[in-house]
Design a protein around this ligand. Structure first.
Ligand code: SAH
Ligand code: SF4
Ligand code: F3S
Length: 470
């Protein structure tokens, strides 16, 4: 079944044209440029969505500002995976209100994952009623339409869809980095881990057609992109539900075949269905970066079952060690959550065992956050704050130890680094990313940005290196 909606793309482009006229008219009247700023919270998917939102704003005639301070239009692209993401937004909205009091013409919009959750949506409508536009994840493509309505003077626009079957391709995009880009290969999630709100706010899993993905990457390459990151909540289930579509490992191979694309990354790969085919493709394709993000969540088989993760402690360890055996220089990073309902000291011991056995190169550690509407939130056996803190400290110190140990292995070796930016803290230095996702700072200037250069990792400073060009 083809679910790409071409008519919608054409309609939305018309709205961009309409907005451009309205922006020009306003600029004529006021004698100054209209400015906009996009503030992004959350994961790589949201970062990619923000590039699309920024593209629409620029195509509509706005000047894009880094800072929200002086912007006439501020758009918050939100996350709600943990409660602290919600709190962050509320803090920002407080500041926006203060600015709006000084500049009543200023427009404020909230979009993304947070308004897809009914209680959070109510809170914004009630406590932050000055917000002019609210839309969700399923109708991001309709932003041009909402923008033109706002520019025509309409206020309090709130449109949230509870699902979508369509994928709208080819809207304008402004990339943060000219030399690298995220590329969505699928949207949504069908896994329903019992703690997680993502399937509720992002909807069911939908894969893009491989031909559209390849076309997009070829076009990105023509505009200077060397590195792509294929994005999906579980890339291993890419293609499910589309008759005759290729598998994820096959998609990776085809991306690697594109001339001029030098590095390929992907995120996230669920341990439950990571295939031997995928391991073989990573091993055999030098363009695929030596980094695998493999979220563990918990090392306790009992907790994993209650999380609905579909693997056990032993299966995870076997998988990670098999990958390390096959691909010697690969970095394995992970996500670990502590404080899932009913978690005990002995469950944490299991998590610590996995960290010791696998020796993660890095790990994001999170405190479990109760998410409205998820099965885990209804449980009565929530863990006390005191225990969560104790568990968290234990896990964090062991992952830090493991990350330091792994990073030291590469000290003194030479690797290619893609130079991403001028170093902010040390003058005369630039920062590059290694294939294994570690950062190296070394002497160089702006002219190196976007180039892949060999760098010797002279000194390991824990989570990054100081290096020199060779
Ligand atoms: N699809 C990815 C994860 C996306 S969310 C996967 O399955 O691996 C990113 C991370 O946020 C998760 O890996 C998990 O560790 C964390 N997370 C998700 N829901 C959470 C919650 N309710 N509380 C705390 N952390 C959570
Ligand atoms: Fe959330 Fe699980 Fe889906 Fe990841 S796989 S987004 S943790 S439900
Ligand atoms: Fe957050 Fe939505 Fe991503 S909830 S983690 S921004 S999918």
């Amino acid at each position: 079944m083809k679910n790409t909606d071409v008519r919608e793309t054409i309609a939305q482009r018309e709205y961009v044209n309409k907005s451009r006229e309205l922006v020009l008219k306003k600029e004529d009247e006021s004698g100054k440029r209209l400015t906009a700023s996009v503030v992004t919270f959350g994961c790589q998917m949201n970062a990619r969505d923000s590039e699309k939102l920024a593209g629409i704003l620029v195509s509509s005639g706005f000047e894009l500002l880094e800072d929200t301070e002086d912007a006439d239009f501020v758009l918050y692209n939100t996350c709600t995976v943990r409660d602290n993401a919600n709190q962050k937004l509320y803090g920002h909205l407080g500041e926006a209100l203060a600015r709006k009091k000084k500049n009543p013409d200023m427009m404020v919009a909230v979009c993304g994952c947070l308004p897809q959750e009914p209680t959070a949506l109510e809170k914004i409508k009630k406590s932050y009623s000055f917000v002019d536009l609210i839309f969700g994840t399923h109708n991001l493509y309709a932003f041009p339409e909402y923008l033109s309505r706002l520019l025509s003077g309409e206020r309090h626009i709130c449109e949230i869809f509870d699902h979508t079957d369509n994928i709208v391709e080819d809207l304008p995009v402004i990339r943060k980095y000219p030399f690298k880009s995220g590329v969505n290969i699928m949207f949504g999630c069908n896994n329903f881990c019992t703690y997680c709100i993502v399937p509720y706010v992002r909807g069911r899993e939908r894969s893009r057609e491989s031909a559209d993905i390849i076309e997009e990457i070829k076009n990105l390459q023509k505009t200077g992109v060397k590195e792509v990151m294929l994005l999906g909540q579980n890339v291993n289930s890419y293609g499910n539900g589309i008759d005759g579509e290729i598998s994820f490992p096959e998609l990776l191979k085809r991306v690697c075949d594109i001339d001029g694309i030098e590095r390929v990354r992907f995120m996230t790969s669920h341990p439950k269905d990571l295939s031997d085919d995928l391991i073989a493709v990573i091993k055999n394709e030098p363009k695929i970066c030596r980094h695998l993000h493999l979220p563990l969540q918990s090392g306790s088989s009992r907790i994993l079952k209650e999380m609905n993760r579909h693997y056990t402690k032993e299966q995870f360890i076997d998988l990670a060690l098999k990958i390390r055996n096959e691909i010697e220089d690969i970095a394995i990073t992970t996500d670990i959550m502590v404080g899932f309902p009913s978690e005990t000291e002995s469950d944490i011991e299991d998590t610590l065992d996995v960290i010791r056995d696998v020796e993660f190169d890095n790990a994001f550690t999170f405190i479990y956050s109760k998410r409205m509407g998820t099965p885990a939130a209804k449980r009565e056996d929530q863990v006390s704050e005191e225990n969560v803190k104790m568990y968290f400290d234990k896990v964090l110190s062991l992952v830090q130890e493991s990350a330091k140990k792994r990073a030291l292995i590469w000290q003194g070796k030479t690797f290619d680094a893609l130079v991403e930016e001028v170093n902010q803290s040390t003058e005369g230095f630039v920062t590059g990313r290694l294939s294994n996702n570690m950062l190296v700072h070394f002497k160089g200037d702006e002219s190196l940005i976007g180039n892949i250069v060999p760098v010797k990792l002279d000194e390991c400073r824990g989570f990054y290196y100081i290096g020199s060009r060779v």
